[in-house]
Design a binder for this molecule. Structure first.
Ligand SMILES: *Cc1c(COP(=O)(O)O)cnc(C)c1O
Length: 409
């Protein structure tokens, strides 16, 4: 297999120039579109004409030219046939699962996933007759055992939030094929680093809100899949995206488009810095978890799946043991060392620091947090790339020593 290079895939995809030869693409904000002749309108409704069939647009909840350009680039990056952009990552996840599952169907999902996704699967979807069994996704026999005759989806994050467990995507893909289920992978933590479609994923989802936009100033999501699935999502009678309506605003799509060309550069730098910081913390005996470290239990698995040259991602965690120590560490990192900001979310140019159990995973009951190996003192840090790296390492080292988390304690 020729190694996939998402940076080249992005660069080589057909470039979209703006009107008047603009080097930036044009922003098409229109909600509705005219046709030259009245007879064309019913042809669009029948699907005879469309964005890729004669360049005909109808209405922006269906397809919008600017949003479609972004979708085309993201599909190239994820090596899928097509993509559909949504108003948030959660919109991408909920539309995908509602499209793939109906009343009575079943999902097998990783037990270490984003809190919002967990709540959707654990609390909301059961009210619509869609059941989920949560398993340790790294245990393929547990996945097999959880499958029943109504299982339609295997759902996982490539690198799990916030435990940084790494899913065996080729292994899950062969199970999905054997059981006739779709493998849906949330790749929000590792865009560019990992290309799940090449490892057997049927649908790849991102929250654009995180690394892909990278500026923490908008929300968005994307569903990367084959053309048929995207058209089903946009079907006028049954399409979950078309009828539930959470599509991406063209203004947000334009902003993401302008930042996508430097995503590979940013991911590389997030990764270089996360690796350097994790290595130093490990050296001083701090309880750091980062899948780029050889000591991480899933390091080899991740190494076998990544695209060469983009590192292991920008997220690391420090297990402070207790919430009290976690709070002290976060306070020093923000208020004394100015290492980063206490905030949820990730993928920003500044480091973002949060205590997962009390924030983005708080939807998961404390006893379930314990079962999935989520410590109440876990501090998740999305490593930014501002300032000098040596200074940043010195800051976090001082903070970790101050709360007694270095090996001398
Ligand atoms: C943030 C996040 C989501 C949800 O994305 P939104 O854009 O906030 O809706 C889903 N999955 C993961 C892994 C995330 O980090």
């Amino acid at each position: 297999m020729i190694p996939f290079n998402p940076e080249e895939a992005l660069r080589r995809t057909k470039r979209e120039f703006g009107e008047h030869g603009g080097v930036a693409p044009s922003l098409s904000r229109s909600s509705t579109f005219t046709v030259m002749e009245p007879g064309i309108m019913p042809e669009i409704f029948q699907g005879v004409r469309g964005p890729d069939k004669g360049g005909c647009y109808l209405y922006s909840r269906h397809f919008n030219p600017t949003v479609n350009v972004l979708a085309r680039y993201l599909a190239a990056m994820e090596d899928t046939e097509f993509a559909l952009c949504t108003a948030s990552g959660m919109a991408a996840i909920s539309c995908t699962l509602l499209q793939l599952c109906e009343y009575g169907d079943h999902i097998v999902a990783s037990d270490t996933i984003y809190g919002g996704t967990y709540a959707l699967l654990d609390s909301l979807l059961p009210k619509m007759g869609i059941r989920t069994t949560f398993v340790d996704i790294t245990d393929l026999s547990a996945v097999s055992a959880a499958v029943d005759d109504r299982t339609r989806v295997l759902y996982t994050e490539a690198v799990g939030n916030p435990t940084l467990k790494v899913a065996d995507l080729p292994g899950l893909s062969s199970l999905a094929k054997r059981f006739g289920a779709a493998l849906v992978v949330d790749n929000t933590f590792t865009p560019i680093v990992l290309t799940p479609s090449l490892l057997g994923a049927d649908v790849v989802i991102h929250s654009l809100t995180k690394f892909i936009n990278g500026a923490s100033d908008l929300l968005g999501g994307v569903i990367c899949a084959d053309r048929d699935f995207v058209y089903r999502l946009m079907d006028l009678h049954h399409g979950r995206a078309m009828l539930l309506g959470p599509v991406l605003d063209p203004r947000s799509a334009f902003d993401v488009l302008q930042r996508l060309p430097h995503l590979p550069l940013r991911m590389r730098e997030h990764g270089v810095r996360a690796m350097a910081i994790a290595s130093r913390l490990e050296e001083i005996g701090a309880p750091v978890i980062y899948p780029g470290l050889a000591s991480h239990p899933h390091h080899e698995r991740l190494r076998s799946m990544i695209n060469e040259g983009f590192g292991y991602g920008g997220i690391l965690t420090i297990d402070c043991g207790t919430r009290d120590t976690a709070n002290r560490l976060m306070s020093i990192l923000q208020n004394k060392e100015a290492f980063g900001l206490i905030a949820v979310s990730l993928g920003y140019f500044d480091s973002l620091i949060s205590n997962s159990g009390a924030s983005t995973s708080s939807e998961i009951a404390p006893e379930d947090q314990k079962k999935m190996g989520l410590s109440p003192g876990l501090v998740r840090i999305s490593i930014g790339y501002t300032g000098g790296l040596d200074e940043r390492i010195a800051e976090i080292e001082r903070a970790v020593r101050e709360v007694g988390l270095d090996g001398n304690h």
